[in-house]
Design a protein. Structure first.
Length: 172
């Protein structure tokens, strides 16, 4: 993690969200208004946050959950061996970095964190890879710049898939 920041951790009740603002209004609003409900026990996702050392103000976050991808939505490499069945994947649904903290490697660090966690859960549950729902073409470019092994879905160019075998190869 970049100097001066704590490592990504699960969202806590004491964390302050109302000061967070990123380039994406949708990501800003989601964190402020919906993250706590989604993260609650039995919720739809888990939210990981980054704060500065000694602060409870969230400066970056991601939300992820388990999902499935149909063969029609999957890149060819994921379709192999899948038959007609949906394939289990981890889904990086949201990622945001506060405007005042951009350019410090937090987005890349969060992506590395979720990829590492995907590898970890893949050793315990069926998981064929990481699916990313990029919000925009610029977000898509960000992911592809950092991890060129991401493959686009044939049905939506903003949906990117990183196969588990590529994750494990990259992590050594």
């Amino acid at each position: 993690m970049s100097a001066g920041y704590k490592s990504p951790r699960l969202l806590a009740s004491a964390d302050r969200l109302d000061g967070f603002e990123c380039r994406s209004e949708e990501q800003t609003i989601w964190l402020r208004k919906h993250a706590r409900q989604a993260h609650a026990p039995g919720g739809t996702s888990r939210v990981f946050v980054v704060t500065e050392a000694g602060s409870i103000d969230v400066v970056a976050y991601y939300a992820w959950c388990m999902a499935s991808i149909t063969p029609a939505q999957a890149p060819l490499r994921l379709q192999k061996g899948a038959g007609r069945y949906p394939q289990p994947v981890a889904l990086l649904a949201r990622l945001g970095v506060d405007l005042h903290h951009e350019g410090r490697g937090l987005g890349a660090a969060l992506l590395a964190d979720v990829i590492g966690r995907t590898a970890q859960i893949g050793s315990e549950v069926g998981c064929r890879g990481l699916l990313v729902h990029a919000e925009s073409t610029s977000a898509r470019a960000f992911y592809l710049h950092l991890i060129p092994e991401f493959e686009p879905s044939p049905t939506d160019p903003l949906h990117l898939v990183l196969l588990m075998k590529d994750i494990l190869r990259t992590m050594g």
